[in-house]
Write a protein that binds this ligand. Structure first.
Ligand code: HEM
Length: 215
């Protein structure tokens, strides 16, 4: 793919990710948010937050499976969009649902487990969003940066638990997201396992290759 086409694709994806927010804004202005507009706003932004969060975790496996570097190039954008939708989701909850009543919010976070998990997911995503720039990768060093960004799996798990705890009847979607998350995580663990060649290289370095049966 040429550099020009790559830029066009980047722009199309960027605008595409903004469409759900645009749609909500349009529906808010045209009074098309149903009987409980606040609930619609909070639920819809929560839905998009989890979609982007989980989608972002699939981009690295997709890149390796397709042997094409394109998907992983969108990882930062998709991750930041997940954070963008979580921020709107949280702001709507704090402002419209709780009326910025701090004691009530603290009480809610401590009393309702699904709010506790949502808040923990948000707090974990903050340092990841802050350190998502190239400058921060360079400042932390790639190894430390990668270690820190593994926390995205924990944040996504908390997001899924948050969703699971709040749905009362139909747990289909929390289960689907949970399964995708588990598969992505297992795939990463499997990828991180030392390959035969890596083990052999390490052993031949220490002079142990000949005496050990192949793994
Ligand atoms: C990574 C962070 C988060 C994710 C991925 C997330 C995701 C979701 C999802 C998927 C829903 C349900 C949407 C639906 O019913 O279709 C939801 C609902 C909700 N979330 Fe979050 N959320 C997050 C953080 C938070 C935080 C930090 C708060 C508040 C402190 C919060 C408060 C709520 C509330 C109040 C609802 C609506 C519950 C209801 O209508 O009964 N969420 N969220």
């Amino acid at each position: 793919m040429t550099e020009r086409n790559r830029r066009i694709l980047w722009f199309v994806v960027f605008i595409g990710c903004l469409l759900p927010a645009g749609d909500l804004l349009y529906r808010a202005f045209t009074g098309d948010l149903g009987a409980d507009p606040v609930e619609t706003l909070i639920r819809t932004t929560g839905d998009w937050a989890i979609k982007f969060l989980v989608a972002g975790l699939l981009l690295t496996p997709l890149t390796r499976i397709l042997k094409n570097p394109l998907p992983v190039r969108f990882r930062r954008m998709i991750g930041l969009y997940a954070f963008f939708y979580v921020c709107i989701h949280l702001s709507l909850y704090l402002g419209l649902d709780q009326g910025l009543d701090v004691p009530a919010i603290v009480k809610d976070v401590l009393k309702r487990p699904y709010i506790t998990f949502g808040m923990m997911a948000f707090l974990l995503l903050v340092p990841l969003a802050i350190t998502s720039t190239r400058k921060m990768v360079a400042r932390l060093g790639p190894k430390k940066w990668r270690q820190l960004h593994r926390a995205v799996y924990v944040a996504a798990s908390f997001g899924v638990i948050h969703y699971y705890l709040l749905v009362k009847l139909d747990i289909t979607w929390p289960l689907i997201y949970g399964t995708i998350l588990a598969v992505a995580l297992l795939w990463r663990v499997w990828q991180a396992l030392p390959r035969d060649s890596t083990i052999r290289a390490a052993k031949s370095k220490s002079g142990a290759t000949k005496s050990v049966a192949p793994l």
